[in-house]
Design a protein around this ligand. Structure first.
Ligand code: SAM
Length: 199
């Protein structure tokens, strides 16, 4: 079985093309930013956000270590709820993918966590940024303090999205003893009528 992050990367690999634009809403140690940059190549661009300067620095180091050209990414030390203000003015409706890998910075300050109060407005903004057929991925970590509440808010929100415009799926382990990560994937319809599975 694929881990939550492997599952996300598989979905991204199937959809992203060279030249695409993408957002990593939680840069952390830079692994997702690097993965996105590899997929979209020198003609594309990844915009990566994090509130912790350590995370931005770690992401920068990783991208430099892998020789990713600077033109392929923009690292922003700001909260993802303000992402629109830091993106090009014509970004709306052009992003191929936006990923939120939530929780705390692995190896960093575990008290700095993503929180529903800011994650939810950021997710709403991210949906506006997606192009038709674009993909929003949320990796939820219900196992840490505060994580279950955030996961519930996002799950409730995603479950209520209108099915003519959005297809929402969940990837989770059903028989785990602890609370493993969960992936919510939200795909924007390619056209208003392209989702014929509406209930
Ligand atoms: C699980 S880590 C991300 C892992 C990362 N995507 C990677 O591949 O290494 C979660 C990150 O979210 C960041 N974060 C917390 N609140 C945030 C916010 N409001 N806006 C942007 N990033 C935030 C944390 O600083 C932390 O680095």
């Amino acid at each position: 079985m694929l881990s939550a992050v492997e599952y996300c990367h598989t979905m991204l690999r199937e959809r992203l093309l060279p030249g695409d634009l993408a957002v990593d809403a939680t840069a952390g140690n830079g692994h997702d930013t690097h993965f996105l940059a590899q997929l979209i190549g020198p003609e594309g661009k990844v915009f990566a956000f994090d509130v912790q300067p350590e995370a931005i620095a770690a992401t920068q180091r990783l991208l430099q270590r892998w020789g990713v050209p600077e033109a392929c990414y923009q690292l922003v030390g700001a909260s993802h709820e303000d992402m629109v203000a830091h993106l090009p003015g014509d970004a709306e409706g052009r992003m191929a993918a936006v990923i939120f890998n939530l929780g705390y910075l692995p190896g960093g300050d575990k008290s700095v966590i993503t929180r529903a109060e800011t994650t939810l407005p950021a997710v709403r903004a991210a949906l506006e940024l997606l192009r038709p057929g674009g993909l929003l991925l949320l990796v939820l970590y219900p196992g840490h303090a505060g994580g279950a509440e955030e996961a519930q808010v996002l799950r409730d929100f995603a479950s209520g999205l209108p099915p003519r415009q959005w297809q929402v799926t969940e990837y989770r382990t059903l028989n785990a003893r602890n609370a493993p990560p969960v992936v919510l994937a939200v795909e924007k319809a390619a056209t208003e009528s392209s989702l014929d599975w509406e209930i």
